[in-house]
Write a protein that binds this ligand. Structure first.
Ligand SMILES: Nc1nc2c(ncn2[C@@H]2O[C@H](COP(=O)(O)OP(=O)(O)O)[C@@H](O)[C@H]2O)c(=O)[nH]1
Ligand SMILES: [Mg+2]
Length: 476
């Protein structure tokens, strides 16, 4: 933290007046310790010191209130960073250099990898590079172990969080089965455990604490890893609440990149075992990474998701905001069911594919948000098509999902075959997978725009513009 320039990250304004025994919040003569909850660029660049000096040195610790920098204060209380332009000054956290080698060292204390994945964006948020790294070191160290050489085989615990966003009707056993199969597609198949939790609702968090404590023993290192915004800090705070209140509170916010460096969390594990929160891994293929804060608010899921279902024929298209479009190009049957699972704040549109290309020109950035504003369309990238072939054998349930990283997914139900053209911005990941939720809405959506505040505001702005144009012409 620093107190000299409030436009730069880490700014902390000193309280005044100061008592005679006041001591500066930061001893600038030494680097910050690894367990400081607000981290500076020091930590981002990896200059960690073991936390050896637990003496209270700052006034807020004495008063029992945690010391936070202006950035964390703004994130905690207002859900946004204090100075967005200063964010660019923060160097990217080098996960491969700073965390990777520590997680897979052949000797030293046992490593437990707590892989945190967002239930509502499973494929987009699963940390693929961590998956590859731990899978290869499990293989390597298991072989070494068998040959009598040192081999510190990492234990991987997969935590699927935010399950409160999924419909409560979902069966936990079927969901766990789905999670294991999906994880193994990404190479995560040697799991020590799978936990399905909600950190905000405190569902099954205690089980993780017990499991992780057991795995870490008295000396192990537990690394919470995951994509930005997957829910790591919220989960660790919930774990802390389970064990008591002598736990450092981490800043959590719906803003990618909230946590800046490695944070050692005190009080959750026993003995000398250590728990570390890490900065989210950047997944450039998640659409949220390209959105502004206001656009992210529209995409952010905060409540249990409700299905929005269309019965749709060939040569028709469904838009999810101005971010994703599905064209039903060819069908072996009359129609298919398409169910959108995404934030209810995103407006949808269904209509003929022949009119879809003019939707970009006339409605993206207005009725179809995000993007907010037409000028944002080009900033999001090139609008590209990918072909997906799907087949199914039931009219009663969705069988295939088309998941869009960071956005949600479309579930498809059909008894036959279909060729779909899916459109989004270049580089955004779109994957086909077995359906996570097979049910659909009881009442179907109609053609045109879905009812929403965004659509009605854009419509009234457009008709106002039309009226004023008519008046102008009328006066001529
Ligand atoms: N609905 C729901 N939201 C969650 C849950 N856990 C985290 N979130 C939200 O997800 C966003 C990112 O959480 P955070 O812990 O900061 O993610 P991190 O970047 O991985 O540390 C915040 O808006 C959280 O409130 C959960 O269990 N359920
Ligand atoms: Mg965090």
């Amino acid at each position: 933290m620093q107190s000299s320039d409030q436009t730069l990250p880490g700014f902390f304004s000193l309280p005044s007046p100061k008592s005679p025994d006041y001591r500066a919040p930061i001893d600038r003569s030494r680097p910050l310790a690894a367990d400081d909850t607000c981290l500076s660029i020091f930590l981002k660049s990896g200059h960690l010191l073991p936390a050896e000096d637990p003496e209270p040195t700052v006034p807020s610790e004495r008063s029992g209130r945690p010391l936070v920098c202006a950035r964390c204060h703004s994130l905690r209380h207002y859900g946004r960073v204090k100075n967005p332009s200063a964010e660019n000054l923060l160097p990217d956290f080098d996960f491969d250099r700073m965390v990777g080698p520590k997680m897979v060292s052949p000797s030293g204390p046992r490593t437990v990898v707590l892989m945190v994945v967002d239930a509502a964006d499973f494929d987009g948020s699963l940390p693929r590079k961590v998956a590859r790294l731990v899978s290869s070191s499990i293989d390597k160290f298991s072989r070494a172990w068998k040959e009598g050489k040192p081999g510190n085989v990492p234990r991987v615990v997969l935590v699927v969080t935010k399950i409160d966003l999924l419909p409560s009707s979902i069966s936990p056993d079927a969901f766990e089965d789905w999670v294991r199969k999906r994880a193994s597609v990404w190479g995560v198949n040697k799991l020590t455990g799978v936990h399905l939790v909600s950190a905000v609702r405190n569902w099954r968090v205690r089980d993780i604490v017990d499991h992780v404590r057991e795995l870490a023993g008295v000396r192990g290192n537990v690394w919470a890893v995951g994509a930005q915004n997957a829910g790591k800090s919220t989960l660790i705070n919930a774990m802390g609440r389970c064990v008591g209140d002598k736990v450092s509170h981490l800043t959590e916010a719906p803003v990618p990149g909230t946590t800046l460096g490695i944070v050692r969390v005190e009080g959750v594990l026993s003995g000398q075992a250590k728990l570390f929160d890490t900065p989210g891994i950047l997944h450039p293929y998640q659409i949220t990474m390209r959105l502004t804060r206001e656009e992210q608010k529209l995409v952010h899921m905060s409540k249990e998701l409700r299905p929005r279902t269309y019965r749709i024929q060939a040569r028709h298209s469904v838009h999810i905001g101005g971010l994703f479009r599905v064209d039903v190009e060819e069908l072996s049957v009359d129609s298919i069911y398409l169910t959108v699972w995404a934030s209810p704040l995103i407006p949808l549109h269904m209509g003929k594919t022949e009119k879809a290309s003019m939707m970009i020109e006339h409605h993206f950035g207005r009725q179809l948000q995000p993007p907010i504003g037409e000028e944002r369309i080009n900033e999001l990238g090139k609008w590209v098509r990918k072909e997906i072939n799907v087949s199914g054998n039931s009219w009663d349930a969705s069988s295939v999902d088309i998941a869009v990283a960071g956005l949600g997914w479309c579930a498809i139900g059909l008894k036959g075959e279909a060729v779909l053209g899916v459109w989004t911005y270049d580089g955004i990941d779109v994957v086909q997978r077995n359906s996570l939720i097979s049910r659909r809405a009881a009442i179907f959506e109609e053609a045109g725009f879905t009812d929403s505040k965004i659509v009605s505001q854009a419509d009234s702005a457009a008709s106002k513009l039309n009226r004023s144009t008519c008046c102008t012409f009328g006066n001529i």
